[in-house]
Design a binder for this molecule. Structure first.
Ligand code: ZN
Length: 145
């Protein structure tokens, strides 16, 4: 598996959900396997499991596959969950530990890449998806990030 690398500056961090049902403890390895089956490589740079465990799945300079046509210089972070138990509706299923980890990731990346823009997948132009199933802007404000 050869994953493209880029020296482009990191300008974005995009938050995603794995679109898995609430409470189902899929692992980062599973999420990565689904993406590899589908796209030939991991989609995201980081995956956050229900326990809050953070798993690195790509290096920052490797190009992910998580926002159509806008993957260069764009870090993808995915939390496990994002759908209701019955898989009928998008839902913010983040556990307290996932929220805490996500917060730590945002703080660390903003520090590492000044001027970094953090947004949800659904905020990218032309994206008709609910991903990541919560209002990223509202959350950033609430967390004072
Ligand atoms: Zn997404």
């Amino acid at each position: 598996m050869s994953i493209k690398r880029s020296t482009a500056p990191i300008k974005f961090l995009t938050i995603h959900c794995a679109a898995t049902p609430e409470g189902r403890a899929n692992t980062a390895a599973e999420v990565t396997q689904w993406d590899t089956d589908r796209f030939g490589q991991p989609s995201y740079h980081l995956v956050i499991e229900l326990s809050g465990r953070l798993v690195r799945t790509l290096d920052d300079d490797q190009i992910g596959v998580h926002v159509a046509k806008s993957n260069t210089g764009n870090i993808g972070v995915c939390y496990v969950g994002g759908m209701s138990k019955d898989m009928k509706v998008p839902k913010d299923t983040r556990t307290l530990r996932q929220k805490a980890t996500l917060r730590d990731v945002v703080i660390a990346y903003k520090r590492k890449y000044p001027g970094l823009i953090v947004r949800g997948h659904n905020e990218w132009p032309g994206v008709a998806k609910a991903c990541p199933s919560f209002d990223v802007n509202g959350w950033l404000k609430m967390e004072q990030l």
